[in-house]
Design a protein around this ligand. Structure first.
Ligand code: PMP
Length: 438
């Protein structure tokens, strides 16, 4: 039997429902956290949970990393006190240089600093519209690019859910689906070409791996096809690396897999290891436009930039990009073996430590099993892990990049057992009832 999940300390945190707005997204199970260390989170009351959702906890480096603490202390001990004057202190300038070094591109380029993936994408889109003089934004169906402004309106998942009104200037085109509809790939490319044909599209946003839409890895070469079509149409290609980029796919950038050079690249989440910071890297002629010059007061602030520099330096020093590749191979292989006998596991896919487990009603029909996904994440939490689902039925397994082999093996056990026991009816309707519907 797993330990009793709900402690008096956790009860205290459930008060969030009465005082914090918009928390329903995280209601997969009654999560209440106290601290974290490495790949582990500590639940209120002291139970340890393996973090298999570091794209949500935004911490590729692992929790409580000394490099983050030191960077924050250094910045706090002698703060240059620069808010909107983001480029007047060393950490902002050095971080911009680091990001330019890290990101392929040519010519005169700039780095825009924001607070969240959402505002980096928002600025990228508005700058592209301004620079090209074209009115239209193109994005993929089931995409996620942000929760504010035009980035939200260019997010297929938000538009589908009705959380934002459709914008007349935003269009959507299908993303490939190698698991459920491989035969439609040519049609996906044809529709993309058609969407770009009018010459009115300022930019196309793409997630190199569709994440919130269901951890879909497109066919090899897809991004090269996309880049070629954008280039022919005079449309700027914006690669959104916010969730699965920055080392997680086993390369610094997810788009490297197809060897492309996007016009604009956006970063967020794990760049700040929990401290708010995001960035858009792109041509000076685009990012120096007025859309990006409306600086947010604390963008590029000394604390966030100090931490982001430390994150990049630590990733290099600890070889975390290579680690993500190796650990990811072990994780996918382990999951495939451990779930081979489970007919409800239709597909285990991913790249590096961005892994999706597609739950189905049976392997033959590949029908999505959202009810099982809700029960499985609940059961995994009861057993001692934190994992969420995306696209309705896909467990998104994205541990911190520092995960050890032994922890990968534990993750495999937890997930296989959690899925099996959820399928066997160990999670009751009453348990998951409050958490339905993501
Ligand atoms: N882009 C992608 C691909 C994302 O997954 C997200 C967040 N889920 C965002 C952008 C927005 O990032 P943030 O929540 O930091 O604004």
């Amino acid at each position: 039997m797993p330990p009793a999940p709900v402690s008096p300390a956790a009860e205290r945190l459930y008060a969030r429902d009465r005082v914090v707005a918009g928390v329903e997204k995280l209601r997969f199970f009654p999560l209440a956290l106290e601290s974290g260390q490495g790949s582990w989170l500590v639940e209120a009351g002291g139970r340890r949970l393996l973090d298999l959702s570091a794209t949500w906890t935004a911490c590729g480096l692992g929790h409580g990393h000394p490099a983050v603490r030191e960077a924050l202390l250094r910045a706090a001990s002698a703060p240059p006190g620069a808010g909107a004057l983001s480029a007047v202190h060393e950490d902002a300038v050095a971080l911009a240089e680091d990001l330019l070094d890290l990101t392929p591109g040519s010519g005169d380029r700039r780095v825009y600093f924001g607070h969240a993936g959402s505002d980096a994408n928002d600025v990228a889109i508005r700058s592209a519209v301004h620079a090209t003089g074209r009115p239209t934004v193109l994005a993929f169906e089931h995409s996620y690019h942000g929760g504010i402004g035009i980035a939200m309106k260019a997010s297929g998942v938000h538009v589908d859910a009705g959380s934002v009104a459709r914008d007349q200037h935003v269009r959507f085109t299908p993303y490939p689906d190698p698991y459920r509809a491989p035969e439609r790939y040519e049609d996906v490319l044809a529709q993309l070409e058609e969407a770009l044909a009018g010459g009115d599209v300022a930019c196309l946003l793409v997630e190199p791996i569709l994440s919130d839409g269901g951890l879909v890895v497109p066919p090899d070469g897809f991004l090269a096809e996309v880049a070629a079509r954008c280039s022919a149409a005079g449309t700027l290609l914006v690669c959104d690396e916010v969730k699965v980029g920055l080392g997680r796919p086993g390369t610094w950038h997810a788009f490297e897999h197809d060897g492309i050079t996007p016009d604009i690249v956006t970063f967020g989440k794990s760049l700040g290891a929990g401290v708010p910071i995001s960035a858009a890297v792109g041509p000076a002629g685009v990012l120096d436009e007025p859309a990006a010059s409306a600086l947010l007061t604390q963008a590029g602030n000394p604390y966030s930039t100090a931490v982001a520099r430390a994150v990049l330096a630590t990733m290099k020093a600890e070889g975390l990009v290579e680690r993500a590749a190796d650990a990811g191979d072990r994780l996918r292989e382990g999951l495939r073996q451990a779930t081979e006998h489970l007919d409800v596991v239709g597909d285990v896919r991913g790249r590096g430590l961005a892994v999706g487990v597609d739950l189905v009603t049976d392997r033959g029909n590949r029908d999505r099993a959202p009810d099982l996904a809700a029960r499985a994440v609940y059961r995994v939490w009861e057993l001692g892990g934190v994992v969420f689902y995306v696209g309705g039925n896909v467990l998104e397994v994205t541990p911190p990049l520092v995960i050890t082999d032994a922890e990968v093996d534990r993750a495999v056990e937890l997930l296989a057992q959690g899925i099996q026991e959820a399928a066997d009816g160990k999670v009751s309707d009453a348990q998951i009832a409050p958490y339905a519907g993501w």
